[in-house]
Design a protein around this ligand. Sequence first.
Ligand code: PLP
Length: 376
Amino acid sequence: MIQVFSNSLGAGELKALKSVFKSKWIGFGRETKIFEKELGKKIGSQRVLALNSCTSGLFMSMKILKLGPGDEVIIPTINFIGTANAVLAAGAKPVFADVDPEYLNILPSQIKKLRTRRTRAIILLHYGGHPCDMDEIYKYTKGLHIIEDSANSPFSKYKGKNCGTLGDIGCFSFDAMKILSVGNGGAIWLKDDALYKRAVEYRYFGLRNKKQSGVDSFKEKKSRWWEIELSCVSNRFIPCDILSSIGRVQLSKVDSFIGRRKQIWKVYQKELSGLYWLTRPPEPLNETRSSYYLYWIRVCPGLRDKLARHLVDNGVYCTFRYFPLHLIKHYKAKQHLPNSEELNQSVLNIPLHQNISDRQVDKIIKVIKRFGSLYC
Ligand SMILES: Cc1ncc(COP(=O)(O)O)c(C=O)c1O
């Protein structure tokens, strides 16, 4: 089966692991701090902290921005489940927004429509790696916090700025299915020093900055280095040096991963053009750069599930990211969002990652075209 997601871990990562094992320090330490510096350089800002997941970043953002009961947070419904969970866990209310039928990014007009006096923030997703139209979004978000979920768009750019650094807080994922993969990991970017300081505390139990551990106090020559104090109450969201050492090697290779993804994207765009029954995804907006995380095709609703079965039966895995959150019964959303509901019946993600060979790309295209000749 050709997978939809894959990772590229090899000799470089093993070598880095070996050196961490040898150092006898496998927890949060030197490798993580260097990884943060290198990541900061890559995204153009040093106010970034490595985490154990992107979901941790989403949960932390609620606390950092002091969002809670009585507050509403607008989120596009075609989205990862952790986003709505983070809002609800904070006691706030997620308000689901419809998306653009081509880009699957939030419709800026929805922000205007859904915004109330209770709205405090918006969580954006740059679907598939294609940046949202931020200038349009900024028109409707004055006075609101912007949190970017940059899990799909780790190195996408909007007018020269890295996605994840376009609002107040940006969350990145390095989990097993992401472009830069360490197994489980993530990062959070903060717009200013005050937010950064709060993030440092929320990342580790709420312990006061610079007194994160007995070791720090020891270095500061305190006589009782085991004494601690809290600023707030939080969970433990730190990563470890084992994973950060992998992250550093992945970071040095990630441009080539994205380059290969773009090549495959281009072949799909060329070879799948002119099929009257299939709509290809749009190119990234002008003055933007995509990370090419997903490739999404649209067919008419009656055909989609049949095409999915045909692909899987012929060795090509496919899926749909992301099931509209307002349709999850547990959230009791009671909203009707027509574009997203139609997309939920018509979109499929086909494999797009750096490990797909040219032969596999040909195969995927042939399998899709064969479906057309059989059923359309
Ligand atoms: C859009 C999006 N946001 C956030 C996450 C959460 O990432 P993590 O697995 O690092 O918590 C995912 C994971 O699939 C995702 O797809």
